[in-house]
Design a protein around this ligand. Structure first.
Ligand SMILES: Cc1cc2nc3c(=O)[nH]c(=O)nc-3n(C[C@H](O)[C@H](O)[C@H](O)COP(=O)(O)OP(=O)(O)OC[C@H]3O[C@@H](n4cnc5c(N)ncnc54)[C@H](O)[C@@H]3O)c2cc1C
Length: 452
């Protein structure tokens, strides 16, 4: 393990055990690379169809983004290309605990994007047309209705975009529970098992090579989160992807000051199942500059322009780490994936301090609530902040599901269903055509909608 694996938190709600498998199965119908919410949900849907699926995770389930996120499960404000999949995902979340028999902390407590300026409220109102077309219960609320949601804090805001059917779940519970459900249906979930690369025969995928041996297969899904671009580059496939560090804290249990998830320029906050709050800054995106920043700069220009006011660029050890990282390696030697079992960036002390100040200003009742834990996570983004889910045509048998861009936790179960359909050729009613990787290379305009 590397230094990045050492916990930088006060106390932890994550299961960090790393138990390597005794060996790997000789073959599988499908191999999934990555045990985040996208990988485990896909494994679950495949296993339910009777597909012989093996999932390989280099660290532990939900060790990276899927266990570190804010826990918002929201439909509102999404890009229309992913909205039908998100609505499907919400249906799955609603039934999830009953179906798998485990608690994932899912609650439909609503979601609010609050506005301090009329311009913001007008922009939210624009999205209502999309909500209406998709049959969502999103509306603008003001005055008494806003106060019912957030108490006296409401006086800071002109109003909010509000979706009562949106919700939240506990990230440290959800993906591990789905992984167990997949295993109960026959999926093999291997942790501490990095995939180093692929083998082909007659131009088609024929096997994955893991650190513990080879698994013969004709179908491989790369759901490797922040590592997808590197994995694909080792195969000669360009996947534009950049990382943004999110810094988060959770408070000790405290008085209930709001019902749902609230997003403001000062804080993003939601109530936790343990009675505390998960809180982040509403307007700081930290991007550590790396060689990938220059490699993909042109494709990310529209997103950079849109987020310029909230973007904090820095250049430090991440640049050197990536610069020194090989983009190709022999499959019988240690790969970069084993060298960083769990991507565990240090939370920025200055951002955490700002979150504390903003929390106290926005919700004075929480000003003296102790901070129980702080952490950070690397969000992987695509140039238009919408995922890439598609087959890689020039590598038959190889598929990609990545670029969930800071909102893939809520989308995970719906994505898993859609991806399982894509891999088995089963109709799910979810159209993935607009999520193909090629949109970044065929001259299509790159138009990011929202990074919330
Ligand atoms: C701070 C923060 C806040 C967020 N808030 C929200 C939110 O409120 N709501 C929301 O919907 N989304 C949110 N997100 C985004 C969401 O967490 C991600 O979009 C989602 O978890 C992505 O899931 P994933 O399975 O694609 O990737 P990940 O969870 O990153 O999983 C990928 C896995 O692949 C593994 N892996 C990589 N390479 C290999 C290899 N070669 N071999 C084996 N394993 C490999 C990694 O170890 C990792 O566990 C947030 C993210 C962060 C970081």
């Amino acid at each position: 393990m590397t230094n990045e694996d050492t916990a930088n938190t006060v106390s932890s709600t994550w299961d960090r055990s790393l138990s390597p498998p005794a060996g790997v199965p000789a073959s599988a119908d499908v191999v999934i690379i990555g045990g985040g919410i996208v990988g485990v949900s896909t494994a679950w849907f495949l296993a339910k169809q009777g597909v012989n699926v093996v999932l390989c995770e280099k660290g532990h389930i939900a060790g990276e983004q899927s266990g570190r996120n804010w826990g918002w499960v929201r439909q509102q404000g999404r890009d229309v290309r992913e909205l039908p999949m998100m609505i499907e995902s919400m249906d799955i979340w609603r039934e999830l605990e009953a179906e798998i028999g485990e608690d994932v902390g899912f609650t439909q407590g609503g979601c609010l994007f609050v506005a301090r300026k009329q311009k913001e409220l007008d922009e939210f109102a624009e999205w209502l047309k999309i909500a209406e077309q998709h049959g969502l219960d999103t509306r603008i609320i003001t005055g008494r209705e806003l106060e019912e949601q957030v108490g006296p804090a409401a006086s800071q805001w002109l109003g909010a975009m509000y979706t009562a059917s949106d919700g939240r779940a506990e990230p440290h519970k959800a993906a591990p529970a789905i992984a167990r459900a997949a295993a109960a249906k026959g999926a093999q979930i291997l942790t501490a098992c990095a995939v180093r690369g692929l083998e082909t025969e007659a131009g088609r995928v024929s096997a994955v090579v893991t650190e513990h041996g080879r698994i013969r297969t004709s179908t491989v899904l790369c759901a490797a989160g922040a590592w997808s671009s590197l994995f694909c580059r080792s195969l000669g496939i360009s996947v534009p992807q950049l990382k943004v560090q999110g810094n988060v804290l959770r408070t000790a249990p405290a008085k209930a000051v709001l019902n749902g998830n609230v997003f403001d320029c000062k804080v993003g906050i939601r109530r936790r199942q343990d009675g505390g709050y998960t809180v982040a800054h509403g307007a700081i995106l930290m991007h550590p500059i790396t060689p990938s920043t220059f490699r993909y700069a042109f494709k990310f220009l529209p997103a950079l322009r849109q987020e310029i006011k909230v973007l904090r660029l820095s250049i430090g050890r991440e640049f050197l780490t990536e610069f020194r990282m090989p983009s190709r390696w022999a499959l019988d030697s240690v790969s970069p994936f084993e060298k960083t079992r769990v991507l565990n960036p240090r939370p920025s002390p200055s951002v955490i301090a700002k979150i504390r100040v903003n929390l106290a200003e926005t919700f004075p009742d929480l000003a003296d609530t102790p901070i129980a834990e702080t952490w950070a996570g690397m969000v992987e983004t695509s140039p238009d902040v919408v995922p890439m889910i598609c087959p890689i045509e020039r590598y038959p048998g190889f598929y990609l599901a990545t670029g969930f861009s800071g909102h893939g936790f809520g989308l995970g179960p719906g994505a898993g269903k859609a991806i399982a359909g894509m891999l088995t050729g089963t109709e799910t009613g979810i159209d993935l055509r607009q999520l193909r990787l090629e949109r970044f290379f065929d001259g299509s305009p790159i138009r990011p909608l929202s990074t919330v």
